[in-house]
Ligand binder design. Sequence first.
Ligand SMILES: [Ca+2]
Ligand SMILES: [Ca+2]
Length: 454
Amino acid sequence: MRLALFALVLLFLGTFLRADTFDLGFEIPSGSPSPLYCTLTHAGSGPGAQGWAFGVTAENASIAGLTVAGTQAAALFNAGFVYTRLTTGPGNEGAVEAVVLSFTLPITLPTNANSRIAVIGLAPGGAGGFVTLRYVDGLKAESSAPTACTVTQDGSSISPSRAVKTFEIAPCTTLHVGFSTERLSSLEPFAGILGEKGSAAGAEIVTASGAATIFANIISELASGGVQGWSLSIGLSGDAELASVTTDGTGAAPFPDGFRSGGFERTEIVDPARNGGKNGVVSAVVLSLEPNAHLRPVGTESVLKLDVLLSSPSKRELSAALSFKDGLTGTGQPVSNLLTVEDDDRLPCNFATASVTLKSTRVPFLRGDSNGNGRVTISDAIHTLGHLFLGSHPSPECSKALDSNDDGAVNISDPLYTLRFLFLGGPPIAAPYPSCGNDPTVDGLGCESFSACE
Ligand SMILES: [Ca+2]
Ligand SMILES: [Ca+2]
């Protein structure tokens, strides 16, 4: 009896003190799957939310972006705190947000109202199907504590209810990106694109010299119209650096070589210091200020040429990867991977997965040792001259060894350089010399094998 009374009092107090409710929900605009909104709904007689934190996951899709920009929360924000991050790793894929509207002013979200508090961008998947969004506790962004779903009302923490929402997204089929080792310009989608079934996923190329020229491509399968312009943000990770990037010699070049007629073009290698240590390139192109200028509605078109050099002071096996990564910053603002079709933003279906891995094995060699016998002598100068002018030794296994002056080319200067060094007091042969080693400077010459240095 006493217990029942106690429970009743608790219930009564609870109803009184905890009359307000907060609900985390989703707003999925019909027709278009993107953008999607996270909402916070308040009901009750107390004040609205001063702040909140939540984690959100997507099943059968991946969250590519989460921001407060463009929401009621952003409009009310005044000298507070905003934290939004994507979270990665098994069981931890999603995004987190934490907001305090103001540290100094009594700002809250509207009472008894539904407010947008975040915009979610889903990475477009190829297949389409049913996607489920849910709020979860415990997602963890790098170096921060796990995030619990909570709302702050009048200085106190309240646990909100959490919606789960399942909706269907259409398959993404019309626009893709991919990499190739040659300039592509054809009416055939995916022809020449690296990777499994031309999907550009899992592509790998091996370069003997450590230098590689890679083209980024736009693949169109549109019913009408065509890609009028684009912004690309491509990251380079691993043992490599970018030597150059250009739209010259691609479909983004001025007519007649490419499709551009005036318009706008800005392409640059990003400064790692402005990008959290990340390497990459950004490129923005508008083919013409006339609305009807565009790439072919159906076809494959190279739009960017990247020269990559694999290098490392010590490693023998070198590996690097190029992939489309939103958010690299050149001279201007952070760049997203976006295509423009019929004056509207379109996302390439596979920009989250398109990548190419570059590999190179460095073979130790002895520079100047043209005939590969482990010593540099007059015979090497004669051997190189024979290769250059007499058709003997047509395909050396280690071209780098012939390049005595290490200028990245094998020509008459090299045997002369060797002879000057050996007999006329000329400057020494460049490293690796006088003992075996790796080429300290990357160039376009290869070295498949060099038995004298094994
Ligand atoms: Ca030799
Ligand atoms: Ca040379």
